[in-house]
Design a protein around this ligand. Structure first.
Ligand SMILES: Cc1ncc(COP(=O)(O)O)c(C=O)c1O
Length: 381
């Protein structure tokens, strides 16, 4: 697929922050931003048209993620879904909550707000299952482990987590933040055993400001906001109809293209990572391996300041990131890299490149041409 207009000469390698809108999503959304503007909660024909669109989108999302459509709760994005899961279980049960140490802040800070505890991860970027087991006991009510880490791309052993939780904390539910993984993994398979799953549309080519929390039947979850009775009383507020329609269309497109897109993007990512390891002395991947999202590589450039490198790359038309988009601008080292055991100084030398549905070989070639020169320039100062 060609890069969207306006991206000529720019290598956008920050899909983990956000992906451009897929054309399928835009086409599906347009009627709901114009003629079909109804509020789905009303009773006349204009409302019914909008409600039908939301119901159809719910059906599509439910089918693609492997749940009953009635278990899909549309939200304003991944952050709201994660908060709803953590705070909702805590409010309903009063029990202990636990999460991995390298969750996105949407989970990490919600767990901290409940006085919860964190489970360490290995230097390879995978949850330490033995450490998790050590923290589990009968009063734990929620365990939150992301499906893929958004900075490193490493996939997490969710089935093993669910199994250990069932045995050691039988009353606990498992939540998985699948926001980073959404486009790439079969959620029906990989998150099939967990009770709560968070999704965010803009990571797989849907619009920003819309997401979903899958709440499997029987999961006890308090409602956090007060208002109307939308989403079966789970999440009040007028639906973002166009966003919901765009999310379903984007997910459909991502899932249909997944086998070819994954292989293609993985090939590009490997060419980039390998090329940089060869052409830049002292460059190494912070977390490599096969159990990773196909589009993400995270490289450490010894002796180079991350912020300075990103600035130079941006000037040369290469968009990458120092980690989570939400944390960028902050001077602290990434909590994800610190959780791997990297020192703060080392953590400030690493950069994430993330490719997605519209990435091309030209993007990779540009990065391969620009990054080594930028690193050399910074090292020669
Ligand atoms: C793993 C993960 N969880 C949650 C979020 C937050 O999602 P949203 O931007 O839809 O609020 C993000 C966004 O960067 C993410 O990568």
């Amino acid at each position: 697929m060609a890069a969207p207009a306006g991206r000529d000469g720019l290598a956008y390698l920050d899909h983990a922050a956000t992906s451009p809108l897929r054309p399928e999503a835009l086409t599906a959304m347009l009627p709901y931003l114009t003629e079909h503007f109804g509020n789905p909660s009303g009773s006349h024909s204009v409302s019914r048209r909008a409600l039908r669109a939301v119901d159809e989108a719910r059906e599509v999302v439910g089918t693609l993620v492997g749940c009953d459509p009635g278990e899909v709760v549309f939200t304003s994005g991944g952050t709201e879904a994660c908060n709803m899961a953590v705070l909702g279980v805590r409010a309903a049960t009063g029990g202990e909550v636990v999460c991995s140490a390298f969750e996105h802040h949407a989970v990490l800070d919600a767990v901290a707000a409940c006085g919860g505890r964190t489970v360490p991860v290995t230097p390879e970027g995978v949850l330490d299952l033995e450490a998790l087991e050590g923290l589990l006991h009968r009063d734990v009510r929620l365990v939150s482990v992301m499906l893929a880490n958004n900075e490193l791309g490493t996939l997490q052993p969710l089935a093993e987590v669910a199994d250990r939780v069932r045995r050691a904390a039988p009353e606990a539910v498992v939540h998985s933040d699948a926001v980073a993984a959404g486009a790439w993994v079969d959620l029906a398979d990989d998150a099939g055993e967990v009770q709560l799953v968070s999704l965010g549309a803009h990571k797989f080519g849907g619009p920003k400001g819309v997401g979903a929390l899958v709440v499997r039947r029987g999961t006890v979850l308090a409602r956090l906001m007060h208002g109307g009775g939308q989403e079966r009383d789970r999440r009040p507020g007028t639906h973002h109809v166009a966003g919901i329609v765009g999310m379903a269309a984007a997910l459909q497109a991502a899932v249909s293209a997944r086998p070819e897109e994954s292989a293609r993007v993985e090939g590009l990512r490997d060419r980039l990572a390998q090329g940089l390891r060869v052409s830049v002395e002292g460059a190494r991947e912070t977390a490599g391996g096969d159990r990773r999202l196909p589009g993400t590589c995270h490289l450490l450039f010894e002796g180079v300041d991350q912020e300075e490198l990103l600035l130079l790359l941006d000037q040369e038309g290469v968009c990458a990131s120092g980690g989570s988009a939400c944390a960028s601008g902050a001077l602290e080292a990434s909590h994800v890299l610190l959780s791997l055991g990297l020192s703060p100084a080392r953590a400030r030398q690493a950069i994430r490149f993330s490719l997605g549905w519209d990435s091309t070989g030209a993007d990779v070639e540009r990065a391969l041409a620009v990054v080594p020169k930028a690193v050399a320039r910074l090292r020669s100062r």
